[in-house]
Ligand binder design. Structure first.
Ligand SMILES: Cc1cc2nc3c(=O)[nH]c(=O)nc-3n(C[C@H](O)[C@H](O)[C@H](O)COP(=O)(O)OP(=O)(O)OC[C@H]3O[C@@H](n4cnc5c(N)ncnc54)[C@H](O)[C@@H]3O)c2cc1C
Length: 376
């Protein structure tokens, strides 16, 4: 589906279909494919935020690490998402407490807070600690916001009630936003600079703990980390009973000076989410649940039905008149519990993924764990 923006003063030109608003660095050179057979100590499959964080953690221990990707750095969800940096798991904290038990949920929440501190400190050029708003779209959701607030405050986590022009709900001051593609490319540059070998255009067909068979050669190694979110069950079919891939869609506008949105907003239980970029443009995603049968798919192409809903929401609820310049989609994996996959799935194959739509922070945390497991 084409974008509908038109070039004009202060308005971006119409861009290529299915390109995220984040892809604003013409000088980026895609990684070269694996040239043939190779060997390393640890092979990381998937060069999104999670895989690159694992590479980074392993290089920090001077491990001989190779990272490979079917496409390129940030070609998956990590370079195509909403850019919200949120503490906690996909489930709101009070729901996570119900599902996982208090101590596990609170400990994970605490760890994501620490991960956020690290992200803001390490990537000041592409992150902003703005806080985030969860705005209630109904009375029932307002009650749920109160329940979330009570649990967060009981556990001593930063959160306050919010009432303002956007509506009513929660303000989480520790959260923020990022330019996601810039962050993964920064991670990749740092990994290359630290001596990691990274290859794009190299799909993996078979994985064991000591052998990774790709389209261009076989990598012999001691351990493997699979850091794939969307389509994880295609690479490791034994996860299919626990993991399901969905398409998430977004659009972005030209600068929208009639709106000022200082913090990212999570709306209708997080089904819709948006942030305003420093140049005034708006990136908005959501409505997966309105076409749920179609959106459980491995296809990552935007559809007219969801894009229409997004645009209507942009005009009515958000109140932006700016032309739409970008429309895109990407794949993520969900689990029935909302808890990610982070475990040894085959001997020597450590898998992290299936963040149920909220993996920017949790993915980095799982990556550190996977790197330490691979070194045992
Ligand atoms: C539209 C959208 C909006 C989102 N918004 C947010 C948000 O605001 N906040 C948030 O926290 N999360 C958000 N998410 C979720 C978040 O983007 C993901 O959970 C996270 O980026 C996953 O990162 P990753 O590195 O684990 O996986 P990915 O970024 O998906 O990277 C996996 C990589 O593995 C590669 N790969 C896959 N299969 C193979 C194979 N067989 N061989 C070799 N390589 C392979 C892919 O090419 C890809 O580059 C959103 C996701 C989408 C799609």
């Amino acid at each position: 589906m084409p974008a509908t923006g038109r070039a004009g003063p202060g308005v971006r030109a119409v861009i290529a279909p299915n390109t995220p608003v984040w892809d604003d660095e013409p000088a980026w050179v895609p990684l070269a494919p694996l040239p043939g057979d190779a060997s390393c100590d640890v092979c990381v499959i998937g060069l999104g935020g999670s895989g690159l964080m694992a590479v980074h953690a392993l290089r920090a221990q001077a491990v001989d690490v190779m990272g490979i990707d079917a496409a390129d750095v940030g070609a998956g969800a990590a370079g195509r998402n909403g850019g919200l940096l949120l503490a906690g798991l996909a489930d709101f904290h009070h729901d996570a407490v119900q599902a996982l038990g208090h101590d596990v949920a609170a400990s994970l929440y605490r760890r994501t807070l620490a991960e956020l501190d690290g992200l803001f400190a390490e990537f000041p050029d592409c992150t902003r600690r703005t806080g985030s708003l969860r705005i209630a779209a109904s009375d029932a959701e307002r009650a749920d916001c109160h329940a979330q607030l009570a649990q967060l405050q009981a556990d001593g986590f930063p959160a306050e009630w919010y009432s303002g022009v956007e509506g009513e709900g929660l303000l989480i001051p520790s959260d923020g936003v990022m330019q996601p593609l810039r962050r993964v490319r920064a991670l990749a540059r740092a990994a290359l600079g630290a001596g990691a070998r990274l290859h794009g255009g190299t799909p993996v067909h078979e994985v064991s703990g000591t052998r990774v068979v790709t389209a261009h050669g076989t990598i012999c190694c001691r351990r493997v980390i699979v850091a794939v979110d969307g389509r994880l069950e295609a690479l490791l079919p034994e996860l299919a009973p626990r993991v399901r891939t969905a398409r998430l869609q977004m659009l972005a506008t030209a600068p929208s000076p009639e709106r000022r949105i200082p913090r990212p907003i999570y709306w209708r239980d997080g089904f819709e989410y948006w942030q305003q970029l420093p140049d005034g443009s708006i990136a908005l995603g959501g409505f997966r649940d309105t076409e749920i049968d179609q959106e459980w798919t491995h296809d990552a192409t935007p559809t007219a039905a969801i894009q229409q809903r997004l645009e209507e929401f942009l005009r009515t609820t958000i109140g932006s008149r700016a032309p739409v310049t970008h429309r895109w989609a990407s794949s993520v994996a969900y689990t029935p519990t909302g808890a990610p996959i982070a475990e040894e799935v085959r001997d020597g194959v450590f898998v992290i993924g299936a963040y149920s739509g909220t993996g920017n922070v949790v993915g980095a945390l799982c990556a550190r764990d996977a790197a330490s497991w691979a070194l045992r």
